[in-house]
Design a protein around this ligand. Structure first.
Ligand code: NAD
Length: 334
């Protein structure tokens, strides 16, 4: 199995999840180690004989070709991406290169080497924004609003085209906001936790009333497992936790869990093109593949807060690392 972006937040959770449950499988982890890639995330498996890390860029065709030539890749699980919306506003071209061209490069080699499944990990953001009512289904038209979501939508369409044109067995998943261990502290949950622990102000965009659907990362991994096993090629599956909350509610919940005052909250000017509400209808994944999330938001938040409390050395190291650029005025809630 080739996992791309396996040093990032969701990819590393997936590598750990998969090797724990499928110790007979071999994983090649291809990751460019951008600012978001962290080898510490997979330190517990890096000694295993059936795990191999390759530092490389998914948009480097020669590198991707070499991997497919050297390794017998059966399944691709494609997480690697530039994933931060504010960074996409600061540098859209990087997002097109990695998310669009990088995905095409992988699809092309996968096609040439006849892989049996290519799981393309996408996002609910490709659907754009909702008003107060309704949920995204797999047939909601794509209407991305940020350079990030537009680049992901572009990669989804290429993945779809490789199925339609070349019969590559592609399955696309579109998930909602993930949270849990190993999330880089530019995203909402780890930012709130790590700043609150340092009694630092917690910036929130606008009035904090943007709504997101929250998914515990282990539930996302189990959804991908179902899709690898039984997902139908050419299909899209939405993945969501069924936990719609405003950003403000999430921050208040975390502060309460940590016993910190809400006076730490600081509202900052809104992000341009900030989507108001995302909500996922994950009914297809439940009905067709029998998937259910295991974690309520309350339990997932408790576990996440406990994890960041126990792993201070993991995130303190990242806070110290110099950032290549720092476009974020407030943490990303996508
Ligand atoms: P992340 O930013 O934490 O990790 C991305 C990983 O990809 C990093 O390890 C990075 O080094 C690697 N990478 C970046 N550019 C690369 C390149 N050119 N070649 C090889 N590796 C490269 O992202 P994440 O939050 O783990 O998201 C993983 C996937 O899930 C992405 O495709 C993202 O669009 C999607 N997604 C994430 C969320 C979320 O809430 N985090 C929600 C929906 C969808």
């Amino acid at each position: 199995m080739l996992v791309t972006g396996g040093m990032g937040f969701i990819g590393s959770n997936f590598v750990l999840y998969w090797l724990d449950r499928h110790p007979e499988d071999r994983i090649i982890n291809l990751d460019a180690l951008t600012y978001a890639g962290n080898p510490d995330n997979v330190a517990s498996v890096c000694h295993l004989p059936n795990y191999r890390f390759i530092r490389g860029d998914i948009s480097d065709a020669a590198c991707v070709q070499r991997i497919f030539r050297e390794e017998r890749i059966d399944t691709v699980v494609h997480f690697a991406a530039e994933s931060h919306v504010d960074r996409s506003i600061a540098d859209p071209q990087l997002f097109v290169r990695t998310n669009v061209l990088g995905t095409q490069c992988l699809l092309e080699e996968a096609r040439r080497h006849c892989v049996t499944k290519f799981v393309h990990i996408s996002t609910d953001e490709v659907y754009g924004t909702l008003g107060q009512e309704g949920r995204f289904t797999e047939s909601t038209p794509l209407a991305p609003n940020s350079p990030y979501s537009a680049s992901k939508a572009g990669s989804d369409l290429l993945a779809r085209a490789y199925y339609e044109t070349f019969n590559l067995p592609v399955v696309i998943t579109r998930c909602s906001n993930n949270y849990g261990p190993y999330q880089f502290p530019e995203k909402l949950l780890p930012t709130v936790i790590t700043r609150a622990l340092q009694n630092m102000p917690i910036p929130i965009y606008g009035n904090g009333l943007n709504v997101r659907d929250w998914l515990y990362v282990e539930d996302h991994c189990s959804a991908i497992e179902r899709v690898i096993r039984s997902g139908t090629p050419g299909q899209v599956y939405n993945v969501g936790g069924g936990n719609e909350r405003t950003n403000l509610q999430i921050v208040q919940n975390v502060l309460a869990e940590l016993g910190k005052p809400t006076s730490l909250i600081q509202f900052v000017p809104d992000r341009p093109g900030h989507d108001l509400r995302y909500a996922i209808d994950a009914g297809k994944l439940r009905r067709k593949l029998g998937w259910q999330p295991r974690y309520t938001l309350e339990r997932g938040l408790k576990l996440s807060v406990a994890w960041y409390l126990e792993h201070g050395s993991w995130w303190r190291k990242l806070l110290k690392a110099p950032s290549p650029d720092d476009p974020a005025a407030a943490p990303d809630t996508a």
